[in-house]
Design a protein around this ligand. Structure first.
Ligand code: COA
Length: 333
């Protein structure tokens, strides 16, 4: 009689990060647009963000630094990596993919990879995608990276968006584990509302011309108030969905790791789930909204406190609309 098959979960076995040194504070923004530190803090929770200022560096640089740190902490050589998934809406260029540049920078000679575009939900989408290579046995080591240079697509004359975003990268390594790791993930897309949060220019619909640049179409554009209403309900709904279908209650959750778009959205989601504030990972005050990087940057900052077996709910909402939630158990102390 053959033995029962062993479960093969995709577990996070290391986390790396990169944050540029240059800080853009609310005080700096007061000098650039008509806003105030008080308005930004109370409406968003943000105090400062990091900005990549080196002209010759872009998203692949930050992604590589984060990935290298994750590999070093795990003591793995780059040639151990089988797949690289980079979640980003600010690739170095439309092609080659940022993942190809990361592969070259790392000298990950055995890896293939690709970019994944799901805006602020990018990291959760990439985590689910990367996990499937592990779960199926097609890969032993997967790098999942969330990296965005939001300063490259933010209009610093638009006070409704420029106060929100920052630059950064986070990377996780996925490896097989019989017990810990990703257990479930729920994802949604609602393309009907895509025009509420987008960058219209530069693609095949509106290739770059003088006219598109003059019309600021190469900048991120957001109908903030409307997006807020969707984000606040959808994020809480999808967390409830993942809890219910896994027969989990708030008591089973050790940490919520929410995308960092607005402190008020984070608080509303935690309140709906019945979680205390010390169970919620928050870095929006220090980094703003780093799009695909917010969740792995939170994991990096909380790594010391996490223990094998801890139950985490990850959740995000972003342009598309895209949103989702994942349940995983932490794999290492
Ligand atoms: N400083 C000062 N005043 C500002 C401002 C700023 N930076 N930005 C906007 N305002 C003003 C508006 O012009 C408006 O003035 P009015 O009432 O005279 O028209 C007022 O503040 C309120 O604007 P509103 O857009 O209703 O504010 P808000 O409370 O919704 O906060 C956001 C704006 C962008 C912070 C918020 O809507 C938000 O976080 N949206 C969702 C972001 C998100 O989740 N994105 C998805 C994932 S990336």
């Amino acid at each position: 009689m053959s033995a029962a098959p062993t479960a093969r979960h995709a577990a996070i076995t290391s986390v790396g990060h990169f944050l540029p040194e240059t800080r853009l504070t609310n005080g700096d923004l007061e000098e650039m647009v008509e806003t105030s530190d008080e308005w930004i803090r109370t409406r968003t929770g943000i105090e400062e963000r990091r900005i990549l200022t080196d002209d010759d560096k872009a998203t692949s640089y930050m992604a590589t630094e984060a990935a290298q740190e994750a590999l070093d902490k795990r003591g793995l050589a780059p040639d151990a990596v089988d797949v690289i998934v980079v979640a980003t809406v600010t690739p170095d260029m439309l092609f080659p993919a940022t993942a190809c540049r990361v592969q070259d920078n790392l000298d990950a000679s055995n890896a293939w990879g690709f970019d994944l575009s799901a805006a602020c939900s990018g990291f959760i989408y990439a985590l689910t995608t990367g996990a499937q290579f592990i779960e199926s046995g097609r890969a032993e080591t997967v790098l999942v990276i969330g990296a965005d240079t939001m300063s490259s697509i933010v209009d610093y004359t638009d006070r409704t968006t420029c106060i929100l975003f920052g630059d950064g990268a986070g990377a996780v390594l996925l490896e097989a584990d019989a017990e810990a790791g990703l257990h479930d993930a729920v994802h949604h897309v609602d393309g009907e509302h895509g025009d509420l949060l987008r960058m219209e220019g530069g693609g095949s619909l509106h290739p770059p011309t003088h006219a598109t640049v003059d019309a600021h179409m190469h900048y991120l554009d957001q109908a903030g108030r409307q997006v807020f209403k969707f984000a606040v309900t959808r994020m809480a709904d999808v967390c409830e969905e993942v809890l219910e279908r896994n027969d989990l209650s708030a008591d089973d959750v050790d940490y919520l790791v929410p995308h960092q778009a607005n402190q008020r959205i984070i608080d509303a989601t935690a309140a709906r789930m019945g979680l205390a504030s010390d169970q919620v990972m928050v870095n929006i005050d220090r980094y703003g909204n780093t799009t695909a990087a917010t969740i792995p940057l939170c994991l990096f900052d909380w790594e010391e406190e996490l223990q094998r077996g801890d139950d985490l709910i990850l959740t995000a909402f972003g342009g598309g609309f895209t949103w989702g939630a994942a349940h995983l158990t932490w794999a290492y102390d």
